[in-house]
Structure formats: structure tokens, C-alpha cells
Write a protein that binds this ligand. Structure first.
Ligand code: C2E
Ligand code: CA
Ligand code: CA
Length: 582
């Protein structure tokens, strides 16, 4: 028991530790997942803001393209250059506007008329609208040199985008990239922002991704062929809220611990004896077996019945004594199911024996809560009918301690007796009730507890009580069964009584399997018949005398086919009483 408890405690502790660890990890990852979602949402907002700025820029360039391409002023004339300059002054994001033709730049608002046309080279991308995009173009107007810009050209006009077009767009730890694309051609090119590791082509296939320790989010403009990509490195994301991660880890740890404890509790319940027993009863499991202990008439040695006793092995194959599992079933409230199991199996097991021997009584132990249980009454009726026996062959044993509520118990006993069942008071003498109290219950018999049987032949203080109980019970007309008869001396003491006693105990037989009981009963009957016939031989010739105990005992102990729980089976087979006791 101690070992089971220690193992269970260790299991609970291990489960609690594991639960806390996995819970904390789970909470930690949940915290991170929440931070990721928050970061993703923030990146989306930033990408939308970028798109709004790029839409404004696109609108601006488009209106310049429309206006300047439609201009009737001679290109690169002073008036034309003045007009181009006027456009630039109105724009925040455009650095220069030029007049182009066949891939060459002839003049611009800032450069004026070029002495030699400038070759624009091959566009990086041709947009769906037909406009050309040139990226990383060395800017001629940058006096210091070294600057690159993005140029967009439509018709015979190009505009140089201000490399600081999104300069005021600055978020801590967030990088961005604006790309222009031609979906039909599957081409993409970066037009602003930093060159991100994920590459511009990614925008055509994905919306969001974690790539090499950075989270990326893309949103495309609804009206222009431009997408904004925003990015944040994961370490920056985690750093943004360490407290969130700690809080979620702690919550996860707590949840894991609680979960583990609930699981332990369920496991404890599931593996507990009560749960196992209930399952065994409901599944009609072979781990539950009935054995039968014969009850004999002390005077005649005749087997007059047997008590059904339940045996159970738990899932480890360990035998659990009924003194342990019956109270569990009572406490857990399913003793009625145990009783139903016993009634069903016992009446089936012994049906034939009881049909053949109509005076044979099957004793079944019932619990206090079985009393007045209509289901038991119905089941007994059905089983008695099925077995083809009469109700008087069933004795219900009720312990003395279950008889506290006199009125209720008396009524319940009365109902059972009306149908014809016998009712016996078990373990009599060790409880509080007196014989006069028991008499009011109008039961058929009392079973005197083995504690009193043990006092026979001893000088124990309570030794005289047994004979007093026998005396009084007999005067009340109650049948008497003496339990726990283990020795020949005890049997002889009882046999010397002038009262009609019954007895049960190892001296006569250990509890037997149903098959062994049948054999026991038939041999007992044969012995009884032979005694009867010998007694009819008058005057008794030597061969008619009853067989001597010692010879019969030796014969019976040789029988290996008598199966029993353990210890001797013998007594009753050979307990040929002395004529004086008959
Ligand atoms: P009980 O009804 O008083 O059953 C008699 C007990 O005494 C049995 O123990 C039996 O094996 C034991 N016994 C019989 N002869 C001797 C003997 O000569 N010496 C000694 N020392 N013991 C003897 P068991 O089978 O362990 O049952 C213990 C108790 O468990 C029973 O006491 C009964 O109260 C309860 N029980 C057993 N089976 C059932 C059952 O099917 N239903 C209910 N409700 N209770 C049961
Ligand atoms: Ca009993
Ligand atoms: Ca008893």
C-alpha cells in the first residue's frame, strides 16, 4: 500500500513538473505568437501608409505626364523649360522633369537644354500602363555626384523621383521597400526604400513571411502597380515586449501545472481501486470470482447451504480482500451493482444444485443500501424464476451495523420475507444491537461472529457469551449459525449443545469454487445417506458402523479434484458426529 502511494506521489510530482515546463514553454510560444501577430499588424499599417504616400506620388507624376505630353509649347523651348520648372516647384517628391524621345533626354527643368542628348539606356521595368521605370540611375543634377535615382518615363516626358520621397517615413526598427511591378510579365523592380534581403520578386507570390530572422509584410496599392514591403527583425520584435513573454510564460506554467494536477486527479481516480472495481463489475470481468463456503448442520454434519463470497484481483493481479473492496463499493455508492453481480452469478452457479437439493440455502451478503432497493427485489425474483428454485432457498445476510434504522429495516425485511426469502443477521455480537432488538426485526437467523467462536476452550472474559447468545437466540426461535469454526475442539463444543446449531468455518471447508462446492455437497449427501442407512441397521453389525473420522479424512485429503481456496477442505466430509450428539 505504501509503495503504491509513493509511486502515485512520484507520478503526480513528475507530471506536475512536466506540466509546468511544457506549460511555460507553451505560454512562452503563445506570448511570442501574440507579439508576432502584433508586429505583423503594425507592419501592415506601415505598409498601408507607404502605399498612401506612393499613391499620392503616382497621381502627381501621372498628372505631369498627362499635362506635359499634351503641351503644345515647342519642346525644350524656354517657355517649355519654364513650364517644367513651374511643375517642379509645385511638387514635393519630384526632383526633375525632362523631355525625352527615343530613349534620349534632350532637356530638363533643372539641367536646361543638353549640348548632347543623354542616353537613358534600357528600362528596368515597363509598367502595365506602358511607362518605363529606370532604377539606380546616376543623377546628373547631383553636383556632388554619386547619387542614384528612380526615373519614370511616359510618352516623351520623364520625372526623376526624389530619393527622399519617403524620407519623413521613419519608424524605429522597421525597414521598407517600394517596388513597381508588371504582373503580366512577372517583372518587379525596387523604386524606393532599402534593398531587403527577401528580394523584390517575393511580392508577386506572398503577403507575409518570416525569412532569415526577419518578418516581412506586403501590401499592394489598389490603384497603381506599386507594392510596399515592410520588415522587422525578430530580435527587435521580441525586445519590444519582454514583459508580455514573461507574463505568458508564467500563465502557461500555471495552466500546465493545473492541467497536470487535473490529469493526475483523473489518473488517480481511474487507477483507484473504486474505479477499477466498478469497471470490473460493469464489464462482468473475470477478475471478479465467487467462492462458496459450505454451511453445515453441526448435529447431523449435513451440508445445508453455502455462503457466496466475492473475490477480486486488481489490474496488477493482486488479490484485494473483500474487507477492503466492499467498503469502497459502499462508500462510492455502487454496492448495489456488486450485489446484483453476486446475485446473478451465484444463482446461475448453484441453480442445478439447488434444484436437486430443495433444502439447500444460498446465502448472499447484502449491504444496508440494498435494503429496500426495488431493483434487487426484481432481480431476485427474475433469478429465482430463471434458476427454477424457490425463494426460501435464498438467505440474505445483513450485517448488524446496517440495522440501525429500526422502522425502515423492519419494513424492508418484512417485504423480503413476505416474498419468501430468509433474512440472516451477520456478524452478530460485535455490534451494538441486542437480541431483543434483533427479535423486533423478525429475521430468520443470526450468524454469531467468529470472534466468539475463537473463545471456545479459552478462559477469555467473553467466553461465556457464546453459550448465552445461543441460549437466548434459541429461546426466541431464531436459527443460529456459528461462524469461523476452525478446530475439532470448537466443533465438538458446539456439537455438545442441545440446540440445533449450524456452523461455517475452515474446520468444515474453506470457501470453494462452484464446481468444488457441487462435489463437496454430493459427497456430503452420500456420506449422510450412508450414515442414515447404517443407523437403520439394528442391531448394528460391525460393517454398518459409521466410518471412523481418521480413515475418511485420509481418503478425502487424497482427493486432488476438490478445488478450494487454500488449506483443508475436509471436515464436513468426515465429521461423522458421535451418537451422543445426534
Ligand atoms: P462474512 O460475511 O462474515 O464472511 C465470512 C468471512 O470469514 C469470509 O471472509 C470467510 O472467508 C471468512 N472465514 C470463513 N471461515 C473462516 C474461519 O474458519 N476462520 C477465519 N479466520 N475466517 C473464516 P472474506 O471472504 O474475506 O469476507 C470478508 C467479509 O467481506 C465478509 O464477511 C463479508 O462481510 C464481506 N463480503 C464478502 N463477499 C461479499 C459479497 O459478495 N457482498 C458483500 N456485500 N460483502 C461481502
Ligand atoms: Ca456473511
Ligand atoms: Ca460474518
Amino acid at each position: 500500500m505504501m509503495r503504491i502511494w509513493t509511486n502515485a506521489r512520484l507520478r503526480i510530482i513528475a507530471l506536475a513538473i512536466l506540466g509546468s515546463i511544457f506549460g511555460s514553454l507553451g505560454g512562452f510560444w503563445l506570448g511570442r505568437a501574440i507579439l508576432l501577430r502584433t508586429a505583423n499588424a503594425a507592419l501592415s499599417v506601415y505598409a498601408q501608409e507607404l502605399n498612401r504616400s506612393s499613391d499620392i506620388l503616382s497621381e502627381e507624376t501621372n498628372s505631369i505626364f498627362v499635362k506635359m505630353n499634351a503641351s503644345t509649347i515647342p519642346v525644350c523651348s524656354n517657355q517649355d523649360l519654364a513650364e517644367l520648372q513651374a511643375q517642379i516647384f509645385r511638387s514635393v517628391h519630384i526632383k526633375d522633369i525632362g523631355r525625352t524621345h527615343d530613349g534620349k533626354l534632350y532637356c530638363s527643368a533643372i539641367l536646361g537644354r543638353l549640348a548632347h542628348p543623354y542616353f537613358e539606356g534600357k528600362p528596368s521595368l515597363v509598367l502595365d500602363s506602358g511607362a518605363n521605370v529606370y532604377t539606380h540611375v546616376p543623377v546628373l543634377i547631383d553636383a556632388k555626384g554619386g547619387g542614384n535615382a528612380t526615373i519614370v518615363e511616359a510618352g516623351d516626358v520623364d520625372v526623376v523621383l526624389n530619393s527622399n520621397a519617403f524620407g519623413d517615413w521613419d519608424r524605429p526598427n522597421i525597414d521598407y521597400m517600394l517596388v513597381a511591378f508588371n504582373r503580366e510579365l512577372g517583372q518587379v523592380t525596387q523604386i524606393a526604400g532599402s534593398t531587403l534581403e527577401i528580394g523584390p520578386a517575393w511580392v508577386l507570390s506572398q503577403d507575409s513571411q518570416i525569412f532569415r530572422g526577419t518578418i516581412y509584410r506586403k501590401i499592394c496599392s489598389a490603384s497603381h502597380s506599386v507594392c510596399a514591403v515592410t520588415a522587422e527583425r525578430l530580435p527587435d520584435v521580441w525586445r519590444s515586449s519582454i514583459s508580455t513573454q514573461i507574463a505568458y510564460s508564467a500563465m502557461g506554467g500555471f495552466a500546465g501545472l493545473s492541467f497536470a494536477l487535473v490529469l493526475s486527479l483523473l489518473y488517480w481516480r481511474a487507477s483507484g481501486l473504486g474505479y477499477q472495481l466498478l469497471r470490473a463489475v460493469r464489464k462482468n470481468s473475470s477478475s471478479l470470482q465467487l467462492v462458496y463456503q459450505p454451511i453445515l448442520d453441526v448435529g447431523t454434519g449435513r451440508c445445508i447451504g453455502a455462503e457466496a463470497l466475492l473475490r477480486w484481483k486488481d489490474h496488477n493481479g493482486a488479490s484485494i480482500p473483500p474487507d477492503v473492496f466492499i467498503p469502497i463499493a459502499e462508500e462510492r455508492g455502487f454496492i448495489n451493482e456488486v450485489t446484483a453481480f453476486v446475485v446473478r452469478h451465484a444463482t446461475n452457479d448453484l441453480a442445478q444444485l439447488m434444484r436437486n437439493s430443495e433444502s439447500f440455502t444460498l446465502s448472499i451478503n447484502i449491504a444496508a443500501s440494498d435494503l429496500g432497493d426495488e431493483r434487487l427485489v426484481e432481480q431476485l425474483r427474475d433469478q429465482v424464476h430463471l434458476a427454477g428454485i424457490h425463494p426460501g432457498q435464498i438467505a440474505l445476510e445483513l450485517t448488524e451495523r446496517s440495522t440501525a434504522d429500526l422502522t425502515f429495516v423492519r419494513d424492508a425485511i418484512q417485504r423480503l420475507k413476505t416474498v419468501g426469502y430468509k433474512v440472516h443477521i451477520d456478524d452478530f455480537g460485535i455490534g451494538f444491537s441486542s437480541l431483543s432488538y434483533i427479535d423486533q426485526l423478525s429475521v430468520n437467523a443470526i450468524k454469531i461472529d467468529q470472534a466468539f467462536t475463537r473463545t471456545i476452550g479459552t478462559d477469555a472474559m467473553i467466553a461465556p457469551i457464546l453459550s448465552q447468545m445461543v441460549e437466548m437466540a434459541s429461546s426466541l426461535g431464531l436459527e443460529i449459525v456459528v461462524e469461523g469454526v476452525e478446530t475439532e475442539a470448537q466443533r465438538n463444543y458446539l456439537a455438545a449443545s442441545d440446540k440445533n446449531l449450524r456452523a461455517q468455518g475452515w474446520y468444515y471447508s474453506r470457501p470453494l469454487t462452484a464446481e468444488a462446492l457441487r462435489l463437496f455437497e454430493s459427497q456430503n449427501k452420500a456420506t449422510q445417506d450412508s450414515v442414515m442407512s447404517q443407523n437403520e441397521c439394528k442391531p448394528a453389525p460391525p460393517e454398518c458402523l459409521p466410518g471412523l473420522d481418521s480413515t475418511s479424512k485420509a481418503r478425502a485429503s487424497d482427493r486432488s479434484d476438490v478445488r478450494h481456496e487454500s488449506g483443508p477442505v475436509i471436515g464436513a466430509l468426515t465429521s461423522t458426529p458421535s451418537p451422543a450428539n445426534l
